[in-house]
Each structure stands twice: as C-alpha cells, then as structure tokens.
Write a protein that binds this ligand. Structure first.
Ligand code: SAM
Length: 291
C-alpha cells in the first residue's frame, strides 16, 4: 500500500511525477495535513453504508480518506490535468468514481438517481475552490437534492457570514439564505499552513444540516429573497431607503410604509437588525400592498 496522499512528501512526489503546476484561477490549494482530513471526514458523519459526492478532489487527499470511510465516492474535478493523476492515486480504491466535470454544470439529480441508489445517506463534501465557494453552496442549497448533509472547507470570512446572527456585522443575505435551507455549524478553524500552496487567508469547515422544511413560511420564495437582497443593498442605509431604492421605487412610498407597518418594522432600522421571521413577515406584507 503506498503512503497516504495528503502527506507533504507524497504530495510533492505526485506533483513532480506529473509535472503539475497549480492554477490559482481554479482555487487549487491542496491539503497536506492528515489530521485535518480526518476531522473533515468525522464532521461529515459518514458511515460505511453512506455515499459521498466530493467537489474538487485535486490529487485525491480527501477523496482517499472518504474512500476508506464510506461505501462510495463520486468525485467531480474540473481540471483535466488532474484526471490522470486521480486515476493513478485512486487505483487502490475501487469505490471511487472520477468525473471530469464542472460541479456547477453537473446534473447531480441524475447522478443520485443512476449511481447512488445503493447507499444510505448521501453527503456532499469538499475543500472548495475559493473563487466559486458561494455559487457552489447556493446552487446545492437551492436544488433541494435529497442529501443528508454538506461539509465544506472554505475561507473563514465566508464561514463567518454563513453562520452569522442578526445584528452582527457579518449578517447578510448569505446568512439568511444558508439558514433558510440549513442549519450551518462552523466545526473548526483551519490555519493557512496546512495547504500547498499556502492561501492568503485562514479557512473554516462548515457543516450544513439540511432542513426538511424552512424555518419560516413564505408564499413566494423568490420574492422573499428579493426583499432580503434589496434590504442589504447598501448596509449603512435604513431598510426604508434600501427597499425604496432597490425594490419598490419612489412612487410606491405609501404602500411601502403600509407594508412596514403591517410587519411591525420601524422604517429607520437597518437590514442587518431584522431576523429571518421579520423578513418573512415583511415579504408577505409587501406582496399584499405592492403590485
Ligand atoms: N480536495 C483537494 C484537497 O483538499 O487537497 C483539492 C482542493 S482545492 C481547494 C479545489 C479543487 O477544486 C481543485 O482541484 C480545483 O481544480 C477544483 N475545482 C475548481 N473549480 C471547480 C469546479 N467548478 N468544479 C469542480 N472542481 C473544481
């Protein structure tokens, strides 16, 4: 059995053997710390009957740990140069399938339907490419796939925004979207030193426990998220100013005032002070008063 992939000396050997050079534009920072990988696998709570969809396997450091812990791994890698590398490093693991595909374009519903019928829980995991962290998370949350959990490494700053509570400086539309679809929990902070090449910022691992139903009721989800986005358009402005400029327009001042009153929200408050329940009430009131 060869040495594990995510050990600095073996990673170096693999990279040299394939003459691989990192592409910053693809967010390539590989993990070289076994301990961190084990913690990600443990945060994923994946057992021997479960399946994992991995985003961005790189040279397979995390993939290898999942391969040992679960029944099946479907790993999606965008960089064609890494496919022959993965084919070689994953040779000892017959339960890993490599897909040369952009995760944002992959039809995961079909993958689940055609390839993952034999597993108990499906968990999506990955050390995410930093340039596209938020779109990947949002796409997966909005798709409402029959997943149990998602576990991702990301920039600490994004993790802070995802898990933020109302009133904090990190609270914004990303916090509300993430918390509408899931219960996100930061499980650990990860220093820059455990990656090659070393990124500029620290990272964090977030586990998203997916909700079966949202914590608030809204008739029209798209409208709810439109209201939230408008409310945070300029953080220093009041909810009144933001909604008037970014949602209703000046001509519907009276209707906006009526909606805020109905939702019992003071027009001088800022978007960051409203809870998700208040946004839901506001979205319903706006739908009623604004045509
Ligand atoms: N999992 C490896 C590790 O932890 O060492 C590599 C993680 S690295 C931060 C991110 C990986 O995602 C890279 O291998 C990169 O090529 C790949 N990637 C970037 N954009 C992608 C996309 N849209 N779809 C799938 N993979 C992507």
């Amino acid at each position: 059995m060869p040495r594990e992939i995510a050990v600095p000396s073996r990673t170096k050997e693999i990279l040299e053997e394939h003459g691989f050079s990192f592409k910053k534009s693809l967010g390539q920072n590989f993990l070289i710390d076994r301990n961190i990988l084990e913690k990600i696998v443990s945060a994923a709570g994946a057992g021997p009957e479960d399946g994992v969809i991995e985003i961005g396997p790189g040279i397979g450091g995390l993939t290898e740990q999942f391969a040992k812990a679960v029944k099946q791994v479907e790993a999606f890698e965008i960089d064609g140069r890494l496919i022959p590398v993965l084919q070689k490093t994953m040779m000892p693991y017959s339960n890993v399938r490599i897909w040369h595909e952009d995760i944002l374009k992959a039809d995961l519903e079909q993958v689940l339907h055609e390839y993952m019928q034999e597993v108990e829980d499906v968990i999506v995991a990955g050390n995410l490419p930093y340039y596209v962290t938020t779109p990947i998370i949002m796409k997966l949350l909005e798709q409402r796939l029959p997943l149990s959990r998602m576990v991702f490494m990301m920039q600490k700053e994004v993790a802070d925004r995802i898990a933020a509570d109302p009133g904090s400086k990190n609270y914004g539309s990303l916090s509300i979207a993430a918390q509408y679809f899931s219960v996100p929990v930061k499980t650990m902070i990860v220093p820059k030193t455990v990656f090659v090449p070393k990124p500029n910022v620290d990272s964090a691992v977030v586990r998203f426990d997916l909700r079966k139903s949202p914590p608030v009721h809204v008739e029209e989800e798209a409208h709810f998220f439109q209201v939230v986005k408008a409310a945070f358009a300029q953080r220093r402005k009041t909810i009144w100013n933001n909604l008037q400029h970014n949602l209703t327009g000046r001509e519907q001042r009276e209707e906006l005032a009526a909606a805020l009153q109905e939702a019992e929200i003071d027009s001088g408050r800022r978007g960051e002070s409203l809870t998700m329940e208040e946004y839901a009430k506001l979205s319903e009131a706006l739908r009623k008063h604004i045509t």
